[in-house]
Design a protein around this ligand. Sequence first.
Ligand code: FAD
Length: 393
Amino acid sequence: MDLNLLPEEEQYRQQVRSWLAANLPKVMAERRAGRISGIEWSKKWQRMLYEAGYVALSWPKQYGGQELDPMRQFIVNDELARARAPGVIGAQAINLLGPTLITFGTEEQKRRYLPKMLRAEEIWCQGYSEPGAGSDLASLRTRAEIDGDHFVVNGQKVWTSRSRYADRMFALVRTDPSAPKHRGISYLLIDMKSPGLTVRPLVQMTGDRGFSEVFFDNVRVPRENLVGQLNDGWRVANDTLYNERNLGGAVEGNKQVFNRLLDLARNTKRAGQPLIKNSIYRQRLADFQITVEAMRLHGLRQLTDQIHKRPRGVESLVNKLVGSELTYEMTRTALELEANFAPLLKGDERAPDRGYWPMNLMVAMGLMIGGGTSQIQKNIIAQRGLKMPKGPD
Ligand SMILES: Cc1cc2nc3c(=O)[nH]c(=O)nc-3n(C[C@H](O)[C@H](O)[C@H](O)COP(=O)(O)OP(=O)(O)OC[C@H]3O[C@@H](n4cnc5c(N)ncnc54)[C@H](O)[C@@H]3O)c2cc1C
C-alpha cells in the first residue's frame, strides 16, 4: 500500500491549508470576542466550511455534496486537526444520519433534509437511549401507533445530546410490541417543535446542559417521516450506529489532543527542566504517538475498504474503543503533568492551558459511554470480529 499522496492530492492539501490559515484566525477571534452566541457561531463556522467546499465531499451532488473520492475528506479532516480547528455543530447529523438517509431514505427525505443539514440550517439530535434501554438498546419502549397518515408517539428518551436546541430528532420507536425485540422497531424523523414533545435538560458534571430527557405525549409524526420499512428500524439504526462509532474515535480529535499534550509537556517545567525531557513522560508520549499513528493507519485501511466498496466489519468499533480510551489516558497524563494545578478550572487565571484538561477529563469519560460503552464494543469485537463464543448471560 502506498501511503504517499498523489501530486494532485498534495496540491489539494495545500489549498485546504491556505484556506484555513486565511480564515481560521478571524473566526476564532470572533468566537473569543463573544459577540454572537456559541451556537450561532458554530452554525456560522459550519456554513463557512461548507461554502468553501470542505463538508461532506463524497455525498451525491444533488444533495449538496461534490461526489469526490473519500480521500479528499480524509485530507480535509487531517488539515482541520493540524490547524486545531473546532468541530462543526452538525457533525452528528452529517456523519451519522446523513449517510443513513442516503442509503435508506426516500428521494423526498433526501432532498428535504440533507442540504439543510449541511448548511447547519437544521440541527439534529439522536433519540435512541431510554431509561432501561442503553447498552440493551433493543429493549426500548417508546411506542408509535399508526393513526391514519400519522404515527402517534408516547414514551421517553434520555441522554439526548443537543436536544435543547435541535430542530429535529432521528428516533427509534416500537411499532410492533408483539414481535421479538429486535424486530418491531421503526426509525422516525421527528420535529422537535411538535405539540406534546417536552425537553427537560440534564446538568452534566462539566456544568453544561449538553443533553436532556425528552418526553412524548401523543406526538403526531407524519408517516412519510418513516426511514426504511415499518418494523425494520433495527437495521437502519445499526447503519447509523456504525457511523457513530467512527465519529466517537475520530483520529483527528485524538491528534489534536496529542498535540496539545505535547505543548503542555514542552511548557511545563519541573526542577528547571521541561517535562518533555523527563524519560518517564517521554516514554508515555511515545506510546501515545504510536497509538495515534496506528489509528491513522487503521483509518487509511478503512478508507481503502470504502473506496473498494468492501463489506464493513468491526473497524468502526475498534476506532470507538481505542480512540475514546486513548483520549482519556492522554488527558490523565496531562493532569499528572499539571500536578497541583490540575484541579484549577477554566476562568481561574492560575489554571494551566486555560483549564482545558480537567474539563476534558470529564468529557473523555462521557466519550467512553456515549455511542456504546467500551465493554459493549469489546463484546461485539470479540463475537463478530474475532468470532469468539458469547459468554454466559
Ligand atoms: C456524553 C454522552 C452523550 C450521549 N448522547 C446520546 C444521544 O445523543 N442520544 C442517545 O440516544 N443516547 C446518548 N447517550 C447515551 C448512551 O448511548 C448510553 O449511555 C450508553 O449506550 C450506555 O447505556 P446506559 O447509560 O443505559 O448504561 P447501561 O447500559 O445501564 O450500562 C451500565 C454499565 O454496564 C455495562 N454493561 C451493560 N451491558 C453489558 C454487557 N452485556 N456486557 C458487559 N458490560 C455491560 C456497561 O458497559 C456500563 O458500564 C449519551 C451518553 C453520554 C455519556
